[in-house]
Design a protein around this ligand. Structure first.
Ligand code: PDD
Length: 277
């Protein structure tokens, strides 16, 4: 596989990042994951805009213009012959002697790699996901896409240990989002998902899916919902760049509907895939 590091396309074995990189030492970095379908990037403009926002919020320098970033994405997809899969991008504040205070005049580190993956015909999406709930103990700026992913990673491990597929995070009794996706329930035909704030990541897939849902005259309500409401919902789903619309078939052991992917989730997945390609 060819990866991109600080201006060069190199074989992954030859890629080097300093041990003093602040991404490594402090999780002082941000990232984006963009999907690729039929060799084309999905919603790059949305990901680029959110990246700029994440960088701004952390007072971090942009490694290059967003136009250059698009060219790098396309070149990497071409070099690795990615038909279906993901492009991962990470920007860190760069390498400097270890100090909690941000260093000055340090060049950011920019890394990209691709993952070829079956996304459309994913068996997981056909089966639907079993969800457990866990407490949301992340920091308060979840709108910034930082590489601090230890707790989401632990959440997935807790789900796996419980025989489930993923976890939803609960704060003050209300679901914030999934470990790596936005969370939705459907009740009486109405799609309910938490409104945007600093409590959740502003999903690029979320924006697209809500737009498509409204265009299809589906009812959408943006408000917090409880885990009890989720257990009692007709159906549920999550959205992310890596799984698009993923049906949820159970929450904390309670089966939703007949325990198979629900009609709203299936329809939104179809619309999303049709409109995105
Ligand atoms: N995760 N919420 C969280 C906490 C996320 O990490 C993600 C994305 C989302 C969905 O955002 P989007 O629709 O822009 O992908 C919501 C990526 C896919 C990841 O960490 O791999």
């Amino acid at each position: 596989r060819t990866v991109y590091v600080n201006g060069s396309f190199v074989p992954e074995e030859a890629a080097k990042v300093s041990v003093f990189d602040r991404g490594f030492l402090f999780a002082d970095g941000v990232y984006e994951v963009t999907s690729v379908l039929g060799g084309k990037l999905i919603d790059f403009a949305g990901h680029a805009k959110r990246l700029e926002r994440s960088l701004n919020e952390l007072d971090m320098a942009a490694p290059c213009t967003m136009d250059e970033l698009l060219k790098i994405h396309r070149e990497l997809v071409r070099l690795n012959e990615v038909d279906e899969g993901l492009v991962y991008l990470q920007v860190t504040r760069g390498a400097a002697d270890r100090d909690f205070v941000f260093p000055e005049g340090v060049a950011p580190t920019l890394v990209l790699f691709t993952q070829s993956k079956t996304l459309i015909d994913s068996p997981a999406a056909k089966k639907g996901a079993k969800i457990i709930s866990i407490e949301d103990i992340r920091w308060g700026r979840r709108d910034i896409k930082t590489v601090q992913l230890l707790y989401p990673s632990m959440g997935k491990m807790m789900a796996k240990a419980a025989g489930a597929d993923d976890a939803w995070l609960v704060e003050d009794g209300f679901v914030t989002e999934g470990t790596s996706n936005n969370a939705y329930i459907v009740k009486n035909g109405r799609i309910i998902t938490r409104q945007l704030s600093t409590d959740i990541l502003h999903g690029i897939t979320r924006a697209a899916v809500l737009r498509f849902a409204r265009e299809a005259q589906m009812e959408v309500e943006e408000r917090p919902f409880t885990i009890e409401e989720a257990m009692d919902a007709d159906e549920a789903f999550t959205t992310s760049a890596s799984a698009f619309v993923m049906p949820v078939v159970s929450v904390d052991g309670a089966e939703l509907g007949d325990g198979t992917p629900g009609p709203v989730a299936k329809r939104l997945r179809e619309i999303y895939l049709d409109e995105s390609q």
